[in-house]
Write a protein that binds this ligand. Structure first.
Ligand code: SF4
Length: 220
C-alpha cells in the first residue's frame, strides 16, 4: 500500500527514473547530439520501429544526408533503400524528403523551435515535434507515446485512450521536469525496453518497484 500524495508520487517517480537513467540508460548516437536537424531525422526514423533497428543505419544515413539540402535533392528510391530495414520505407522516405524541402524553403534551412511550426513539417506529428523541443532545444514539453502510456498504466494505474488522448498529455505536463526532461523521457523509453517488459516485467530490478501500483498489487 503506498501512502504518497499524487504530487509526491509524481516527484518520486520522476526522480527515480532520472537517477536510474543516468546510470543505466542506453547510448545512442542521436542522444549525444543537440543538433536539431539530426534529432529531427532520428525521431522520424524512430517512429514505429525500435531504437536498435535505427541504431544500425543512423550513422550511415546522417553521413550521407548531413544537411537537409542533400536529403532534398536525392532520388527518393535511394533514400528508401537506405531505410528499408526499418519498414514503411516508401512513406518514411517521402516524409523525410518533403520535410527537408520544407525546412529549406520555409525555414531557410533551420529547424523551427516552435511546436506549431514543427508540426507543419510533413511526417512530423505531436510526438516528433515535442521530442525535438525536448531533446534538441532543451525545452520541457509533454511527450506521449506507447511507452509512456504503458508505464503510466503500470505505475499509476491510469488508463488512457492511446497516445492522442489529451488527458495523457496533460498528465505528462504535470511532472514539472525542468532540465531533467531529456533524462526522464529517455529513461521512460529505456525502462519499458529493458525492465518494464509487457509480458514479464522485471520488477525486482526496477527503480519504481516500491511505488508502482502494478507491482504492489501483484504482491498482495
Ligand atoms: S515495478 Fe514492475 S510493473 Fe512497475 S514499472 Fe517497474 S517493472 Fe514495471
Amino acid at each position: 500500500m503506498r501512502s504518497f500524495s499524487t504530487e509526491a508520487l509524481r516527484r518520486t517517480v520522476r526522480n527515480s527514473i532520472v537517477k536510474w537513467f543516468n546510470t543505466n540508460g542506453r547510448n545512442f548516437p542521436w542522444r549525444s547530439t543537440t543538433d536539431p536537424y539530426h534529432v529531427l531525422i532520428a525521431e522520424m526514423l524512430l517512429r514505429r520501429t525500435t531504437a536498435t533497428a535505427v541504431s544500425r543505419i543512423y550513422l550511415n544515413f546522417m553521413t550521407r544526408f548531413e544537411q537537409p539540402e542533400w536529403l532534398a535533392k536525392t532520388n527518393i528510391n535511394t533514400i528508401a533503400s537506405m531505410i528499408c530495414s526499418l519498414g514503411l520505407q516508401n512513406v518514411r522516405a517521402r516524409h523525410l524528403q518533403k520535410a527537408a524541402l520544407s525546412i529549406i524553403e520555409e525555414y531557410d534551412g533551420s529547424i523551427p523551435q516552435a511546436f506549431d511550426k514543427l508540426t507543419t513539417l510533413p511526417g512530423v506529428g505531436k510526438y516528433v515535434a515535442s521530442a525535438v523541443l525536448n531533446f534538441a532545444y532543451h525545452i520541457p514539453m509533454p511527450l506521449v507515446d506507447g511507452n509512456t502510456i504503458h508505464l503510466m498504466f503500470r505505475v499509476f494505474g491510469l488508463t488512457f485512450n492511446g497516445p492522442n488522448d489529451p488527458r495523457a498529455w496533460d498528465f505528462m505536463e504535470s511532472f514539472d521536469l525542468g532540465n531533467q526532461n531529456r533524462a526522464f523521457y529517455w529513461g521512460v523509453i529505456d525502462l519499458v525496453a529493458m525492465i518494464c517488459l509487457r509480458k514479464s516485467p522485471r520488477c525486482t530490478d526496477c527503480p519504481l518497484q516500491e511505488v508502482c501500483m502494478w507491482n504492489l498489487e501483484s504482491a498482495v
